[in-house]
Design a protein around this ligand. Structure first.
Ligand code: WQD
Length: 337
């Protein structure tokens, strides 16, 4: 089977390419490198021994996307391409709605034209909004989202769901990621945010490697075990294996299935700082700062459905995440640059 990864040179996409290849799938990558690096393609060849066909295109460009489908018989698509910064989405909402929804509509129209009926979508736990009770379950109500990025994910889930209702042969699997962190064990690929990281672990990694002076802990007065925010961090390799499990499941599936990809466990900011310091052998200086707008106190998955439906669960621990993140960061202090 040949799988197209839109945004396949990105953080989650590149790790998924590795796991799909090792499971025997053929991989094609479409990416415009707006938030990734062409170096990733070389690194993927080093890891897998395969040079994946690459189309440097904007997925919203239907003519360019049709060329991919003309030149490859695509059996399924995993749609990673999209802007993903919560903070940036608040500053430039129109570009987030334009980009994330246009890429999806163009992709689905081209898939329809070429009779490709199998879509796996990179969604996010952020669609559960602020109201959700813990642990988050797939059958819970969603929204209201706390930022435009989250709304784009929720709108795209609805677009895909409506299309799957209209086409009884269509299979859609919507994967709601919790907090992906870590890197491939080789240290050749990893998370490489464009600017100052918004997310906790890549920020800690920069402090550990010395390119940032200290971490600001956004609030220590939350109603949690140590007052700091709790999240369900998932190793990116476990997450990638969840995509392979979803591709296998989708072979005999029609309709729409929503599945959480998380560990089911919560870790606080201060626990993550301690784990990273132990994994890297580096002191991680931090200062307590005010809460960040839009943050919630606690969030973690009910991971039951992924186990029941996909036969998949996470294996790697927070210590593994920190070890592999540090291995990547220390070998690539400036990312892919
Ligand atoms: C985690 C915890 C912060 C940075 C977001 C998106 C989600 C997904 C993952 C894309 C919180 C605290 C953080 C820092 C801190 N992205 N923190 N200092 O906000 O849970 O989720 O990223 O899909 O959709 O919503 O992740 O890593 O930003 O924050 O104290 O410098 O770390 O307050 O408690 P978040 P995060």
């Amino acid at each position: 089977m040949k799988i197209l990864l839109t945004g396949g040179a990105g953080y989650i996409g590149s790790h998924t390419a590795v796991e799909l290849a090792s499971a025997g799938y053929e991989v094609v990558i479409a990416d415009n490198f707006s938030n990734s690096s062409p170096v990733v393609i070389d690194r993927l060849e080093t890891i897998t021994g395969k040079r994946f066909p690459l189309y440097e295109i904007n997925v919203a460009d239907k003519a360019a996307l049709e060329k991919v489908f003309e030149e490859n018989k695509i059996d399924a698509v995993i749609h990673f391409a999209g802007f993903k910064s919560v903070g940036e989405s608040v500053k430039v909402p129109l570009s987030y709605y334009r980009n994330n929804i246009d890429t999806t509509l163009s992709l689905m129209e081209v898939m329809d034209k070429f009779g490709c009926k199998n879509l796996i979508f990179s969604s996010s736990a952020t669609v559960y909004g602020k109201r959700a009770s813990l642990p988050y379950r797939e059958d819970m109500e969603t929204g209201p989202c706390t930022n435009p990025y989250g709304w784009t994910k929720l709108f795209i889930e609805q677009i895909i769901t409506d299309h799957a209702k209209a086409d009884p042969d269509f299979s859609a699997v919507l994967l709601r990621y919790f907090n992906p962190v870590g890197a491939h064990e080789s240290g050749l690929i990893g998370e490489d945010p464009k600017d100052i990281p918004n997310n906790l672990v890549p920020y800690i990694a920069r402090v550990a490697v010395g390119t940032l002076p200290y971490l600001s802990v956004f609030g220590n007065d939350y109603p949690t075990k140590d007052g700091t925010g709790i999240r369900d961090y998932i190793h990116v390799t476990d997450l990638a294996k969840g995509h392979t499990a979803a591709v296998n499941f989708a072979k005999n599936h029609k309709g729409t299935e929503i599945i959480n990809l998380g560990t089911g466990n919560g870790t606080s900011v201060l626990e993550m700082v301690k784990a990273y310091s132990a994994a890297s052998g580096k002191d991680i200086p931090y200062k307590i700062a005010p809460r960040r707008e839009g943050d919630i106190a606690e969030c973690y998955a009910d991971a039951t459905k992924a186990m029941e439906l996909l036969g998949w669960k996470t294996d790697l621990s927070v210590d593994d995440m920190c070890r592999d993140s540090w291995n990547w960061q220390s070998k690539n202090p400036n990312g892919y640059k």
